[in-house]
Write a protein that binds this ligand. Structure first.
Ligand code: SAM
Ligand code: SF4
Length: 436
């Protein structure tokens, strides 16, 4: 990370121009970082370039000399949250908690130990203050509207055997399916007709869908609906990520699951931690809106590990962070493990909002699967996105990545939004009564 306290944020007209400008600055040995654009300068899912104060004049000269879509540069001081300390009920909190909240008020990032404290405290006054602060941060930074997206789980074949996952290769009970291009497009059109702006295409790591096939699907979605596309299809080569990005994919969701290497290795017999991080870096370099996330309650996971995850999301400039409880899946090596707790998941959502600020935080399906009110609780704890499950009925029950997976439909999403006292997006073409 650029450690210098004085940072500047460079905004370009488009992602591709931003990437070219970044390449130019790097080629002249200016240290850059691609970061989610701070909310005061741009849209939530856009990316900008951060540089340190000492490089500002040289960078500006280069950007003016080369017409690369440079738009503006801003001095950036982390967002402050005036009045946070004042709102605390002082008789119910410790001095350390006050100090940590003071840092957040000043726009500083708390240390790993301090984040761990926020995740661990059992002091009711402090817990209440964490949720209130996260809700306020959410309201001030991303507003009251809940982003609604549709997820199509288009294949449950997978070449990997992640120990937690109900569609892992070794899971013999799973009935496998693959959706054809026409089937996928038919579902995309349904989402488009509802007015949704983003479709998520998710699957196991299934080599049947070559990059060439996916390019055709992406291009058809773009031409026929103009929707934004999120891919969640696992680890690929840099070239494949690039091909899909150039075809029109906008976002990519590849969760780190945990930053604790030992746990990562234990749960992923086929994966390498450094390679997963490398994939995430490629996605960032290629200009994807970069999604990651973790599972809460993995075997052996401690609050310290979750604190490290949150710092990883911050340092990697992740835009979308899916935080869900681990839920044991039938027929997997982790079938008899305990599931993650609702309380810790909500706490992790709240603390992530406080640390990562201008990001998409989904109220996850996993949370809704273990608590019927899980999504409205997450929306009150800092979340701002809901993903509808839009997989055709005949396939849905076979995408059981964990047991008793909840099927989030429009009616349940509307209920969660209403229960949380939030707003539906104006782009929806369907009103709540029609969804029931
Ligand atoms: N194969 C792709 C990948 O792994 O990134 C996308 C599909 S995978 C099923 C999507 C997400 O499901 C994973 O990132 C993981 O967090 C979540 N998942 C899988 N099994 C789970 C379980 N037992 N409990 C909670 N989440 C689970
Ligand atoms: Fe496959 Fe993803 Fe499940 Fe791992 S988590 S087994 S890669 S679908």
């Amino acid at each position: 990370m650029i450690q210098n306290q004085e940072r500047y944020i460079i905004i370009c007209y488009s992602t591709s121009e931003m990437l070219k400008a970044d390449g130019l600055l790097r080629s002249m040995e200016i240290k850059t970082e691609l970061v989610p654009t701070p909310s005061e300068f741009g849209e939530i899912c856009s990316t900008s370039i951060a540089i340190s104060g000492e490089d500002r004049d040289f960078a500006l000269k280069l950007l003016i000399e080369h017409p690369l879509g440079y738009k503006e540069i801003h001095r950036y001081q982390s967002r402050k949250m005036e009045g946070l300390i004042r709102s605390l009920k002082t008789n119910r909190i410790t001095a350390l908690f006050r100090e940590i909240i003071g840092k957040i008020e000043q726009g500083k990032t708390p240390t790993k130990g301090e984040i761990t404290y926020l995740l661990k405290t059992e002091n009711q006054g402090e817990i209440e203050a964490i949720f209130n602060a996260a809700d306020r941060m959410r309201k001030e930074i991303v507003g009251d509207v809940v982003e609604i997206r549709g997820a199509i789980e288009f294949s449950n074949y997978c070449r990997k055997s992640c120990n937690y996952c109900g569609i892992r290769k070794g899971c013999e009970e799973t009935q496998r399916y693959r959706m054809s291009q026409e089937e996928i497009l038919a579902e995309v059109h349904k989402l488009h007709a509802m007015g949704l702006k983003t479709v998520i295409l998710q699957s196991g790591e299934d080599d049947y869908y070559t990059a060439e096939m996916l390019v055709k699907i992406i291009k058809r979605i773009k031409i026929e609906t103009g929707m934004k596309i999120t891919l969640s299809i696992g680890e690929l080569s840099r070239e494949q990520y690039q091909t899909l990005r150039e075809a029109g994919a906008n976002h990519f969701l590849l969760k780190i699951e945990t930053t604790n290497r030992e746990i990562f290795n234990f749960i992923h017999p086929d994966d390498d931690f450094d390679h997963r991080v490398q994939c995430q870096k490629w996605l960032r370099e290629l200009g994807y809106v970069n999604g990651s996330g973790n599972m809460i309650g993995l075997p052996g996971q401690r609050p310290e590990d979750i604190a490290e995850d949150i710092l990883y999301f911050k340092e990697m400039g992740i835009h979308m962070i899916g935080i869900g409880p681990f839920i044991p899946a039938k027929g997997t090596p982790f079938e008899t493990c305990a599931r993650g707790s609702v309380d810790m998941t909500l706490r992790a959502v709240a603390v992530t909002r406080l640390i990562c600020k201008n990001v998409f935080l989904p109220a996850t399906t996993a949370l809704a699967s273990i608590d019927p009110d899980g999504q409205s609780k997450a929306l009150k704890a800092g979340a701002n996105t809901i993903m509808l499950i839009s997989t055709p009925m005949k396939y849905r029950s076979n995408y059981q990545i964990y047991s008793n997976k909840n099927m989030i439909d429009l009616a349940s999403a509307f209920k969660a939004v209403e229960d949380a006292g939030r707003k539906l997006p104006k782009y929806l073409n369907i009103i709540p009564e029609e969804a029931v």
